[in-house]
Design a protein around this ligand. Structure first.
Ligand code: FAD
Length: 467
């Protein structure tokens, strides 16, 4: 196999640095061009979300490149959601009834730096920073760059160019503007934006609130969440409408209004955040959206991966995990078709896109679930039943959340189909009084499985008729 080909990767974020490492391990000559300075040398934490929920699909990718033992020390386990009501009362709701299933809070910068370190060790991988890709000629397989340091422009040639340059991808823009083939593209902004805030550590460097949970303050139309960092702090994110409701990003314009808003809605959080006003006015308000497009590749020349191909809203904590899983799936296709890039790209998109479309839709569902449903009694009943089923029948039952988050060998699309049918089955049966939460658990499990199968069958019949 001729692996001495030159692969140019645009963007050294989470996906690009992992991809560089994997393709380097496979023996390719890899050059990575990143527009920002090297995050290992310059503090550029002003980027996006400081920490992220990292789970089994991401871990599987770390195993592929054999660095899981180096990633583990960066992880803070979060066993469940700690739900805070308006009175400041809290309730911990585990993510799974199986103790070994939990998600992790991880530093974006820390993880990205590790991946860059690991990639850079390889002789056949080179990293270049401060070089912004301006456009890509996907017919000639060349990329134009602007060097921020030298203030010069230059063009690079490669056998293959892969764009892992995030939600605002320059490669995707070149496909779109090039008008050389039928390129479908959609971008949907959410009504809500986000702003990052923080809960600082105690004077002794400890955590001001419970460490091993993802904290949520669900308020129906908006919410606050907090994830722990290794230094004792929490990164807090406010998700709020840009312009609707009594309080929104457009009208939270003075320290007084912001303080009133937090006093009314998040009093217990406010107590932990004496730095609120500073954070609020120092940090940007950013937009959230979903990007879908197709095709991801042009012949065997160029390919989009990670957020560049499929940016999603963050409410399932899966954007990075999905982008890492891209590399795992790509690697599998390479095992089968290495040597023929066009076939590799075509197969990769064919097998992968249904799954990234599914997680995009699931993430929107979870936006509503997190800000609203987690505080709803029927939803809580369902969650409690699911926890019990998972605990009692660990081999026979997995909730939608578990299928998506902890079952890395099932694709997102399958997790969505099964998970949605299960949700519908349980909610209907609770509402219709068809299951009594005091009855024999085995019986409940049987009914849930049967009803789920019926719903899946019905959906399949409907789909066939549709076609
Ligand atoms: C608020 C928020 C919270 C999130 N929380 C989670 C979470 O909890 N769990 C999770 O799994 N995911 C989460 N995500 C999603 C996650 O951040 C992304 O899915 C992930 O970063 C995608 O990785 P990527 O490498 O494809 O893109 P990015 O991480 O965006 O990296 C792209 C890289 O390309 C560089 N670049 C961009 N344009 C150019 C150019 N023209 N030339 C050269 N370089 C360029 C950028 O500087 C960057 O380094 C969250 C996202 C947001 C916004």
């Amino acid at each position: 196999m001729d692996n001495t080909q030159n692969i140019l990767i645009v963007g050294a974020g989470l996906c690009g640095s992992l991809l560089a490492l994997r393709l380097g391990q496979r023996g390719y000559n890899v050059s990575v061009y990143e527009m920002r300075p090297d995050l290992r040398k310059v503090d550029i934490s002003a980027g996006r979300s400081i920490n992220l929920a990292f789970s089994d699909r991401g871990i599987k990718a770390m195993k592929l490149v054999d660095i899981q033992d180096k990633v583990e020390p960066l992880c803070i386990p979060m066993n469940g959601r700690m739900i805070h009501d308006k009175e400041g009362k809290t309730k911990l709701s585990n993510y799974s009834g199986r103790d070994h299933e939990y998600i992790n809070s991880i530093s974006r910068g820390g993880l990205n730096a590790l991946l860059l370190d690991e990639a850079e060790v390889l002789d056949n991988v080179s990293l270049f920073f401060n070089k912004k890709c301006e456009s890509i000629d996907f017919e000639k397989t060349t990329a134009s760059f602007y060097d921020y340091k030298e203030k010069t422009e230059f063009i690079e040639d490669a056998d293959v160019i892969i764009g892992t340059d995030g939600a605002g991808s320059a490669l995707r823009k070149s496909y779109y503007l090039g008008k050389k083939f039928l390129f479908s593209f959609s971008q949907d902004y959410l009504s809500h934006g986000y702003k990052e805030l923080s809960i600082l550590p105690t004077e002794g460097g400890g955590y001001k609130t419970y460490k091993n949970a993802l904290h949520i303050w669900p308020r129906g139309d908006f919410m606050l969440i907090a994830l722990p960092n290794l230094d004792g702090s929490f990164t807090v994110t406010l998700f709020l409408s840009h312009d609707e409701g009594d309080y929104n990003f457009n009208n939270l314009t003075t320290p007084e209004i912001v303080t009133t808003f937090f006093t009314e809605e998040f009093p217990d959080a406010l107590e932990l955040m004496p730095n609120l006003i500073e954070d609020f006015f120092d940090n940007p308000t950013s937009a959230l959206g979903t990007v879908k497009c197709s095709p991801w590749h042009y012949k065997g020349n160029t390919l989009l991966m990670g957020d560049a191909a499929h940016a999603i809203v963050p409410f399932y904590g899966q954007g990075m995990n999905a982008s890492f899983e891209d590399v795992v799936e790509f690697d599998k296709v390479l095992d089968q078709h290495e040597g023929d890039w066009e076939t590799v790209f075509r197969f990769y998109e064919k097998t992968r896109k249904k799954d990234t479309d599914a997680i995009a839709d699931l993430a929107i569902d979870n936006f509503h679930e997190m800000k609203d449903h987690v505080a709803n009694p029927i939803f809580q009943k369902k969650r409690k039943l699911e926890m019990t089923l998972e605990k009692e029948f660990p081999d026979d039952y997995s909730s939608k959340y578990s299928l998506v988050t902890f079952n890395e060998d099932i694709g997102y699309n399958e997790a969505m189909t099964r998970g949605r049918a299960q949700d519908k089955a349980i909610l209907n049966m609770i509402a219709d009084g068809k299951i009594n939460l005091n009855e024999d658990l085995k019986n409940i499990l049987k009914k849930v499985i049967q009803e789920t199968e019926d719903i899946i069958d019905e959906d399949n019949v409907a789909k066939t008729m549709h076609h």
